[in-house]
Design a protein around this ligand. Structure first.
Ligand SMILES: Nc1ncnc2c1ncn2[C@@H]1O[C@H](COP(=O)(O)OP(=O)(O)OP(=O)(O)O)[C@@H](O)[C@H]1O
Ligand code: SF4
Ligand SMILES: [Mg+2]
Length: 318
């Protein structure tokens, strides 16, 4: 039997406080094939980052996740802490949403990249520093030799993001999780970083989980897309199919709200993503859905296949 590269099955994510439990994610299932780029898209607070942190097993202490995350058939949730540490940063690595919080301000970037290498590969510090210079070259940081002695605050936002990418690809992972890798950057730098990620992906054949709130970025970056809303996947399809035949009213709303070519936002989706502690009954999109029916309040729709490889969580599409 062929083992799926990454298979996330029925992931649920729960916030526990001393007297309550809040579900932040529910029934999240998707897979990623070798060398595939899978885009995870949704508005702020939909659960994209927590899904990624669950896969990496680095959730904050008060949040836990259940379900299965099979990587080459092995459930990452059943590995010991030591076993998952060997995979994290080596086979699966992540570019975090906040580059400044994930770089250590008191260590030079060379030392930080070298430490990642020495943790996973059996090499000396001298070799690791040499490799760090090569990695800075690979992410197009000019004057890479002297630059390895720089501290994060000496770099621009775009350069810091390149360092984060260099650290993430240091051990040639087969899966790279990129969480909003360009959100904090201006448009020109954004395009450069996206091109760099595409190039690196082709050179190294790695798969990617690409997280963004921006559907327009996804159209150029990913092979398949999962749309998240209120901690659920509500639509999942090959990218082209999703753009030409969006089926879920939320996806249709996201597409309609994309800026036109003249930069004018067309029709934003009215309202806000509901707070996880206060989700509507039945379908979680009811309070913002223009197509809502009375039955939508009764039962949460399942994610069902409506055409080949195209899944939707909406009773109107079933
Ligand atoms: N440490 C935490 N403690 C409590 N609630 C949290 C914590 N982290 C996230 N949440 C809540 O979980 C939900 C999902 O958060 P998550 O960060 O995964 O969203 P996101 O889709 O990545 O959003 P964004 O686009 O803003 O990054 C949100 O309602 C958020 O407020
Ligand atoms: S199930 Fe109903 S409320 Fe939910 S997206 Fe479909 S039509 Fe809208
Ligand atoms: Mg996030």
């Amino acid at each position: 039997m062929i083992k799926t590269f990454l298979d996330v099955q029925k992931l649920s994510i729960t916030l526990k406080t001393h007297n309550s439990q809040t579900h932040l994610g529910s029934n999240i299932s998707f897979d990623i094939q070798e060398r595939e780029v899978f885009g995870l898209v949704g508005e702020s607070g939909c659960g994209k980052t927590l899904t990624a942190l669950s896969i990496m097993r680095i959730l904050p202490q008060n949040i836990s996740s259940e379900g299965k995350v099979l990587f080459h058939g092995n459930d990452l949730f059943s590995l010991s802490e030591e076993e998952i540490r060997k995979i994290r940063g080596k086979d699966i690595s992540m570019i975090f949403q906040e580059p400044m919080t994930s770089l250590n301000p008191v260590l030079t970037i060379g030392t930080q990249i070298a430490e990642t290498l020495m943790t996973h590969l059996n090499i000396s510090k001298k070799e690791a520093l040499k490799r760090a210079v090569e990695l800075l070259d690979a992410v197009r940081i000019p004057s890479s030799g002297p630059r390895i002695k720089d501290y994060p605050h000496q770099l621009s936002g775009g350069m810091r993001q390149r360092v984060m990418i260099a650290m993430a690809i240091a051990c040639s992972p087969s899966l790279l999780i990129a969480d909003e890798p360009t959100t904090a950057l201006d448009v020109t730098i954004q395009a450069e970083i996206l091109n760099l990620l595409q190039e690196l992906r082709h050179q190294s054949n790695m798969a990617m989980l690409f997280i963004t709130h921006d559907l327009s970025i996804i159209s150029q970056q990913s092979d398949r897309v999962g749309i998240m809303y209120a901690g659920r996947i509500v639509e999942l399809a090959p990218t082209e199919d999703l753009f030409y035949n969006p089926a879920h009213p939320y996806t249709q709303g996201l597409l309609a709200s994309l800026p036109s070519q003249r930069g004018v936002a067309l029709k934003p989706i009215l309202g806000l993503v509901p707070h996880p502690a206060n989700l509507p009954r039945g379908c979680k999109f009811t309070d913002r859905c223009k197509a809502m029916l009375k039955e939508c309040h009764d039962k949460e729709p399942e994610l069902l296949e409506i055409s080949e490889k195209h899944f939707v969580r909406c009773i109107k599409c079933h």
